[in-house]
Each structure stands twice: as structure tokens, then as C-alpha cells.
Design a protein around this ligand. Structure first.
Ligand code: ZN
Length: 195
């Protein structure tokens, strides 16, 4: 579905594509990057500096493939690292942690003819749309949702239920702090938590 777009190299046309997923989202991002690499495209990969769960600079998926990335503190920093006329693909992992400016940055890159691949969690642990994700999904040309499997009933899961008690929206450093749940099991779990 996502072409490496080699034929149009002289006539650069950019776009934004994104995945919002619970598990497998980083793996999917790395898969798309590998395909672009096979097409000899120039790629830059970024992640928010606060996300150092697995590694300081590498983006590491759950099944432990990885690629070196540039950690940045804010969305505007991304533009400082990019040579717009050289780079063909910009990939951003854990994009939900970025400030709202990330939407404009992605638009600017796509307008300049760059393929922008973003990956992030669409909802936080309360089931509320996460940071800039709703706006990013609105401006993206292509959005795919990759669901996990509900650990309680086996249906498709799109909610991340927090297993450890904590009220902060951003909780890092704990790989196993979340359980993928379907809407029904998530509602049930949230009701039990409130009791
Ligand atoms: Zn379920």
C-alpha cells in the first residue's frame, strides 16, 4: 500500500502516514523504514527524549529489532536536524508524547515532499485521546490502527489498561505496566477500579 515512490524522485510528493497501535506499532514503523532503506532512500528517525525505556538513542520494538534514532526534546527540534532537500523519509516514534507543534512540523515536512511516518498510542490509559494524536490522525493521508488481542476475552483490543496504580498520564520505564483490553473489558476494569 505504501509505495517507496522512487519513480517520482524528481517530482517530490510528500504525505503523512500513521499507525496508532498498542503492541507492534514500533515493529511496524521499523518495517516501513526497512522497506524505504531497500529503496535506498534517505531516512531520519526521531523519538521524544523522554522515552528512554529501552535505550537512550535506539528505537527498539517489543520483539527487539532496533534502529538508531535521534532523541529530541520538542517538535521544532526535528526541523533543525533535517536537510529538507536531502531527506526523503522522516519517521517519528512514540509521537503521542510530543507537543501540539508536531502537527505543524509533520505538515511542513509533507508539504516539502517528504514522506512522514508517525507511530503512536492513540489513547492514554484512561481511554482519552493522547496528546496531539487526534489532530495528527486528522491531517494524515493514511491511518492504520493495529489492534492487540484482549487478554481477558480474546477480542480485538484497542485500550491500554494500566495495571500498576498511578495517576500520571505519562508512565515510562515499565514495560509491563499495561494490559491490552477490548472496549467491554476495559469498561469493566475501569468500573472496578473506581469502586
Ligand atoms: Zn475483552
Amino acid at each position: 500500500m505504501f509505495l517507496e515512490n522512487k519513480a517520482n524522485r524528481n517530482q517530490k510528493k510528500g504525505w503523512i502516514e500513521g499507525g496508532s497501535m498498542f503492541s507492534g506499532k514500533t515493529e511496524e514503523l521499523l518495517r516501513r523504514i526497512r522497506r524505504a532503506e531497500f529503496a535506498n532512500q534517505k531516512i531520519e528517525l526521531f523519538k521524544p527524549a523522554i522515552d528512554t525505556r529501552y535505550d537512550e538513542t535506539e528505537v527498539v520494538s517489543h520483539n527487539e529489532s532496533s534502529r538508531v534514532s535521534t532523541p529530541v526534546n520538542s517538535s521544532s527540534e526535528i526541523l533543525l536536524y533535517i536537510n529538507m532537500s536531502e531527506v526523503q523519509v522522516v519517521a517519528i516514534d512514540e509521537v503521542q508524547f510530543f507537543d501540539d507543534g508536531i502537527v505543524e512540523v509533520c505538515n511542513q515536512l509533507a508539504d516539502a515532499g517528504i514522506r512522514v511516518i508517525v507511530s503512536g498510542l492513540d489513547m492514554d490509559y484512561k481511554g482519552v485521546p493522547f496528546g496531539p494524536m487526534p489532530r495528527l490522525m486528522a491531517v494524515a493521508e493514511y491511518v492504520s490502527k493495529q489492534h492487540a488481542i484482549c487478554t481477558r476475552c480474546g477480542d480485538l483490543a484497542q485500550f491500554s489498561y494500566r495495571i500498576v496504580p498511578n495517576q500520571q498520564q505519562v508512565l515510562l520505564g515499565e514495560k509491563d505496566a499495561y494490559e491490552p483490553l477490548c472496549r467491554h473489558c476495559f469498561d469493566e476494569a475501569m468500573n472496578n477500579t473506581e469502586d
